[in-house]
Ligand binder design. Sequence first.
Ligand code: CA
Length: 375
Amino acid sequence: MVGNGLCKIRENIMIKKYSSLLMIVLITACGNSEVNHSNTNQIEEKTYNWRLVTAWPKNYPGLGMAPERIARLVEEMSDGQMKITVYGAGEQVPAFGVFDAVSSGSHQMGHSGGYFWKGKVPAAQFFTGVPFGLTADEINAWTNRGGGLELWREIYEPFNIYPIPAGNTGTQMFGWFNKEINSLDDVKGLKMRIPGIGGEVLKRAGGIPVTLPGGELFTALQTGVIDATEWVGPYNDLTFGFQQTAKYYYYPGWHEPGSMLELLINKDEWNSLPNHLQVIIETAAKAVNQDILDEYTARNNKALRELVDVHGVQLRKLPDDVIAEFKSIAHNILEENAAKDETVNKVYQSYLSFKNEVTEYHKVSEDAFVEARNN
Ligand code: CA
């Protein structure tokens, strides 16, 4: 449009100032430009209406809004060329059917957490987070600048899925209990909803881990199907109403130090997109990846105050020796899983090497500063 406008202005100037021969040359050039532009328009006119399925309840605050915001940004940035319709868990596929839906191509896009797919892709857990692992900033850095993203795309390639980071919850809470956890004995026989490697740790400590989608947790806890549950943190947990069925709220969330969410795209559909739409999707996801973390950081403490002050929730820190035991078990499990599976080992070595590097620096930067600020 701008090019055409400039050509018109130039034509008018030429008519006034120069010879007819030169004028013909310039108008011809502008004419060619218009032909090209018209071709470009024909390509751009193709519209895309995609469906995105999620593992979250529809319009769920925080993580559930990530796909909604990506959809809105993509539609606005593409000037309506691409529209994405978001479906909550169970609307088109069950929460834990998202990966298969995108892999098969029944849906072009999905939004979920990689650790839900540990049965199919054991190494996927590193791209949500692992116990005593990377925080939100750190996992973003590993993924975007430390080789993580390339590994992630490599391990999803056999499933015809192209993953993009798309949200982060920050450090979670250990979760909701109806009894105090004073020692490891209190964990034995405890049936708790806790996915990923955190669940494996609980199992080895004598507990019974269960994986259930978020939307089923309140009922499962209320009816006694589970004794305890972790979910995310105060901002999300308050909305599910766990404070109505459990008295104790434990921290720290050693099992999920900075859980990254994923935008899944069917690889064939991704490859069929023009480059500018791929750039728009990547850019929208990157913006939302940070935006969701900001939302949790901004909202969590207010929600925690409400849980404690209004609902009388008892906030408890896990005993140090219980945390130390969980840490030791987690280390053993990560090492054992890596020894059993070449792909897991490849991802684990990258993750571990990055963690060691970043930990060394954060000890003299962020960690030292936060200690100085808070004490
Ligand atoms: Ca969680």
